[in-house]
Design a protein around this ligand. Structure first.
Ligand code: CUA
Length: 676
């Protein structure tokens, strides 16, 4: 409550003060009458409006949470979250802490607003890179976005994401937030453990999941132990071209364990890669030869194996040509991995999921889905165990390091721990699926002298999968916000039919743990429903590390090649050329006119149609909607695009600008006339 001076005391001093004081008292009394349960002024004002809409009054704590996420119109979010789009096959760009969706980036699936996959030849070709042996695949199960890094920190240049369903990886250039490349893994048909990048983005890591023969050739489940393989693929990334160099990439042949998420070592552990795994039992399912359902068969043993991979050495072996080919893709064989000391295993408790390297690169945190602990391994101790040959071989001859020799600590965090990220103050945050909580626990030395203990848990709603803290998997996390990516939302929102939105919950992690906080100082701020696919994982970067184009740098810029197309239409050279059945059109778009605005064609013509947006003003985007031919373009300022089609339907087709660009936007139109 606000302390008020005594009115009787002021009464004797000045009449104006008396009036002011009376007003203050009256306002306070009115406000108090209008609120039920809250005593803050902001709350009382808000609660009056809320009551009119039938909402519950806010408590002071809720008002405080709301103020922490509120951005007045025009203020920008200090952080940007790149969230996987799940089944949408796309990526979501979300401001933090406002949790406002800024963009859905078209990645593996066509997206009409951006003209992604609706006639624009550049986008059609990129999407087609993801076809599987000629089969068109236009959806994806995107899982793990990975921002490019320099020196172990997000550099804001690129973001990568994998498609679990078809083992593909996409490259998005953050100058224009557009997808530039999709690569299909030539040896695996599904994946999971990617993408992650090495600290300077030399390599994009794509781990496997459900074992299958390399090249996914047919082999009966009876041949599982011999024919089925695991894998991890290292895609070479070339920053200057902004492309994965497929002919300089390679994979490792792994046992048919189900590899899970990978993380790259950093600082002291740079040059190493760590991947969790499960189903080291090699279960083949209820209808398979062992007759045990996967969920039981793949959880039978007490331990699975953290894969510890010496990437630097693997690269040497690859460079030396010590590989074999699968579908023309080089693979380092399992025996070579053993002989060259590239692959080691560390026992990890039952059915692990995440493998997360601490900011200093000194520890690897693993969580067993069926074990209430996080297990923390010391990179130094792993190196010592390797030097001491302190191992026993697994059935494939791979050295399994001694668990006790490499374990640094275990912390009991709750039932169903999955993934861990970090802050800048020596705390770790682990998602706890079965308990539906986030556990905050402290790392030990050199992070905190009093560490390796649980500091508190925050209930989340519900069944959290991944979580993300700002810069939480880099060498310098920020320690401000955490986002819980919850799989179930049950009662949190209006249910729009039986398929419910996901729930992304924003958490304030700036307050330190204290004895009187069960949550370890964490405060839940905001629930964000997302009904566009399941955002599996997300990474959060400081907004000031991103430097996107405001407009394309020159008129006639082609985003597919990130350079000027020398053949792009520009002001003054608009024209239509006919050569037999081949018609080529050079068109410009500017507020509020297409030049030319009439295109005459004949049935059967092969049409190549170039359009450049010659506007150079910020946000002056034009669309190009062409009926019957499934065509829509988004032409950002300066951008050029080409469409190609056969004029197989005669008729009269008005085309128009599909982006509300100006007062005369409706007049921005023309006619395509196709003579029978
Ligand atoms: Cu151009 Cu609307």
């Amino acid at each position: 409550m606000m302390a008020r001076p005594s009115p009787t005391l002021l009464w004797r001093r000045k009449p104006t003060l008396m009036i002011v004081t009376l007003l203050v008292v009256v306002v306070a009394l009115v406000a108090a009458a209008c609120t039920s349960g809250s005593d803050g002024n902001a709350a009382s004002d808000a609660n009056a409006s809320r009551e009119a809409a039938g909402l519950n009054p806010l408590t002071d704590e809720q008002v405080n949470a709301a103020l922490k996420t509120y951005l007045p119109s025009g203020e920008h979010d200090p952080y940007i979250m790149f969230a996987s789009g799940g089944h949408s096959g796309q990526m979501f760009v979300i401001g933090v802490p406002s949790m406002r969706i800024l963009k859905e980036i078209g990645v593996f699936t066509a997206e009409p607003w951006q003209g992604w996959g609706f006639g624009n030849v550049g986008t059609m070709e990129t999407l087609a890179q993801g076809d599987v042996n000629g089969n068109e695949v236009r959806w994806a199960d995107t899982h793990h976005p990975a921002l490019s890094e320099t020196g172990g920190e997000y550099d804001g240049q690129f973001v990568f994401i994998n498609d679990k369903a078809n083992a593909r990886v996409a490259v998005i250039d953050l100058r224009d937030f557009e997808t530039k490349q999709i690569v299909k893994n030539p040896i695996a048909i599904v994946d999971h453990g990617g993408t992650k990048v090495t600290p300077n983005t030399e390599w994009i890591i794509q781990g496997g999941q459900y074992a299958a023969p390399h090249g996914w050739e047919y082999s009966a489940l009876e041949n599982y132990d011999e024919d089925y393989k695991g894998m991890v693929t290292f895609w070479k990334f070339d920053r200057s071209s902004g492309r994965i160099l497929e002919d300089q990439s390679f994979a490792l042949e792994l046992p048919p364990y189900w590899q899970d998420l990978c993380d790259a070592g950093k600082l002291v552990s740079e040059g190493w890669v760590f991947c969790g795994s499960f189903n080291t039992e090699r279960a083949t399912g209820e209808s398979g030869p062992d007759g045990v359902p996967f969920e039981a068969g793949a959880s039978a043993r007490d331990n699975d194996y953290l894969h510890v991979i010496n990437l630097d050495k693997a690269v040497e072996v690859f460079d030396a040509g010590n590989t074999f080919d699968v579908n023309g893709f080089p693979v380092v064989g399992l025996q070579t991995l053993i002989d060259e000391g590239i692959l080691y295993f560390v026992p990890e408790p039952k059915s692990p999921h995440g493998a997360d390297v601490t900011p200093g690169g000194d520890y690897i945190v693993v969580s067993g889905k069926l074990d209430p602990h996080v297990s923390v391994y010391s990179f130094e101790k792993i190196q010592q165990a390797i030097a001491d040959k302190n191992w026993v071989p697994d059935p494939y001859g791979i050295p399994v390091l001694d668990f006790d020799a490499v374990l640094e600590a275990q912390v009991e965090v709750g039932l169903g721990p999955l993934h861990t990220e970090f802050d800048n103050d020596g705390y770790a945050y682990t998602s706890i699926f079965l308990d539906s909580t986030v556990a905050r626990w402290s790392l030990g030395p050199p992070y905190r002298d009093d560490g390796w203990k649980l500091e508190g848990t925050l209930p989340v709603h519900y069944n959290i999968g991944h979580l993300s803290t700002v810069g939480g998997d880099t060498v310098s996390p920020d320690g401000t916000y955490l986002v819980a990516l919850n799989k179930w939302s049950i009662d949190r929102f209006f249910p729009p039919g039986p398929l419910l939105p996901q729930n992304l919950q924003l958490v304030d992690i700036t307050q330190p743990p204290s004895d009187d906080s069960d949550t370890g100082g964490m405060q839940l701020l905001y629930d964000m429903p997302l009904g566009m696919g399941e955002p599996h994982y997300a990474q959060i970067i400081k907004a000031d590390k991103l430097a996107p184009f405001e407009v394309y740098p020159e008129i006639g810029y082609d985003p597919a090649i990130m350079a000027v197309d020398p053949d792009a239409p520009v002001s003054g050279n608009e024209r239509i050329e006919r050569n037999g059945n081949n018609v080529e059109i050079w068109m410009t778009a500017i507020r509020s006119h297409y030049t030319p605005d009439r295109v005459d064609l004949k049935t059967g013509d092969n049409v190549t149609w170039h359009i450049t947006n010659i506007d150079t003003s910020f946000d002056a985007t034009h669309g190009f909607a062409l009926p019957a031919y499934n065509i829509n373009l988004s032409l950002e300022p300066g951008e050029t695009a080409t469409i190609e089609f056969i004029a197989d339907q005669s008729g009269t087709f008005p085309f128009y600008c599909s982006e509300f660009c100006s007062a005369l936007h409706l007049e921005m139109a023309g006619y395509m006339l196709i003579e029978p």
